[in-house]
Design a protein around this ligand. Structure first.
Ligand SMILES: Nc1nc2c(ncn2[C@@H]2O[C@H](COP(=O)(O)OP(=O)(O)O)[C@@H](O)[C@H]2O)c(=O)[nH]1
Ligand SMILES: [Mg+2]
Ligand SMILES: [Zn+2]
Length: 359
């Protein structure tokens, strides 16, 4: 059992006992959070210290999807092995996970962060600004179990902030929007206040959008290498850290990530939950229930485009993302069926061999 002192210590890195009521911690092991992920292993945090750790092979290999492997933000039970090495032996069930389709042609899934309350979608108000990409991130976040927040950085360099704000409100109704100078603590105060003690947020967005700058400002320290620093010191140690969880002074935790070159959907997303309520609502007004919004008469979606109420680019985005979800979902299903088929074949073979052995 965890003592009140354990819980108090672990709360610094976002532990909430209500998430895992009656958690049984075996003797000699302790709860910890994965705060960094490297090629060769992990760094875990026990509330007071960080430790280098490995994970049991079972946790990496005997999983349905790669996204179930230990990742930053995961809570685990760890123990010290005879050789002195720290080992991740169990993962606690996740209450949320941000997952994307792995880059490339594979149908694999990759977890970006686990046990997060917020996903901060970071977009620079410069050439990075792209409504279609924000929509894509919102769709990805919709399946995570975490809440999205839009962070528009480089507001200090833009003269058109109100226009940008209005545009993102259209594609993300009800989603909080913060336009900030990521280098200024004052400018980020409202964003910082929205991350409550005990909560965990993860930053996502293109490389150069200002995620590490924002991390440093929220931390009040130069903890994460930013673009500017990286340029001057070449390949510093920090640049090898792909993802890192940091406790913030206000009591929340923040996970910085490298820019995702590809934001691939997994097939588990639902456009109706992803800020596309406007189009989803229109579809219910189409004359035909199976309207594809192409040439059908009485199509409310096309009518909205004609009347200038719906941006045709947004409609195209909705179609594209919808098709991608359907395709990814179909691929995932086939993968599961193939596995089930393989498992059934293996069992049949074992049965035959067993019968032969008996003869
Ligand atoms: N003026 C200004 N520059 C910013 C802002 N946010 C980031 N930058 C600059 O943009 C560059 C990339 O920032 P960085 O935090 O490394 O981006 P990351 O790849 O998302 O982590 C750096 O030179 C930052 O100083 C901002 O809000 N205003
Ligand atoms: Mg960075
Ligand atoms: Zn229609």
């Amino acid at each position: 059992m965890l003592t009140p002192a354990d819980i108090e210590r672990l709360s610094h890195i976002g532990f909430c006992p209500l998430r895992w009521p009656g958690l049984a911690v075996p003797r000699d092991s302790f709860p910890a959070r994965i705060v960094e992920q490297h090629r060769s292993g992990y760094v875990i945090h026990d509330g007071s210290d960080t430790l280098d750790a490995k994970s049991l092979p079972r946790l990496r290999h005997r999983v349905e999807h790669a996204s179930e492997r230990p990742c930053v933000g995961d809570w685990c039970l760890a123990a010290q092995r005879h050789g002195g090495e720290w080992m991740i032996e169990e993962l606690l069930p996740r209450f949320s996970t941000l997952v994307r389709g792995a880059a490339g042609e594979t149908q694999s899934r990759q977890a970006i962060a686990a046990n997060i309350d917020h996903v901060l979608i970071v977009t620079g108000l410069d050439r990075d600004y792209n409504l279609r990409r924000i929509e894509r991130y919102l769709v990805l976040v919709s399946a995570s179990g975490a809440r999205p927040t839009l962070v528009l950085t480089k507001a200090d360099k833009s003269e058109d902030i109100e226009r940008f704000r209005a545009e993102v409100q259209v594609i993300a109704p009800g989603t909080p929007v913060h336009a900030v100078n990521a280098k200024s603590a004052d400018s980020c105060a409202a964003l910082a206040a929205s991350l409550r003690p005990g909560e965990t947020a993860v930053l996502v967005g293109s490389s150069g959008a200002g995620k590490s700058t924002l991390t440093n400002t929220l931390l009040g320290a130069e903890a994460q290498a930013t673009g500017a620093i990286r340029a001057s010191d070449g390949r510093g140690r920090h640049t090898t850290v792909s993802r890192a969880l940091k406790p913030l002074p206000g009591g929340a935790c923040l996970i910085d990530t490298p820019g995702l070159r590809e934001v691939k959907l997994t097939g588990d997303e639902d456009l109706a939950d992803a800020g596309f309520e406007d189009i989803e609502t229109l579809t219910s007004d189409c004359r035909f229930r199976d309207c594809r919004h192409e040439r059908e008469p009485g199509c409310a979606v096309r009518a909205a485009v004609v009347q200038g109420e719906l941006d045709p680019a947004r409609l195209a985005s909705w179609r594209k993302l919808g098709n991608e979800i359907a395709r990814a979902g179909e691929n995932a299903l086939q993968r599961v069926q193939r596995r089930q088929h393989d498992a059934a074949m293996a069992q049949a073979l074992r049965d035959v061999l067993k019968k032969k052995g008996r003869k």
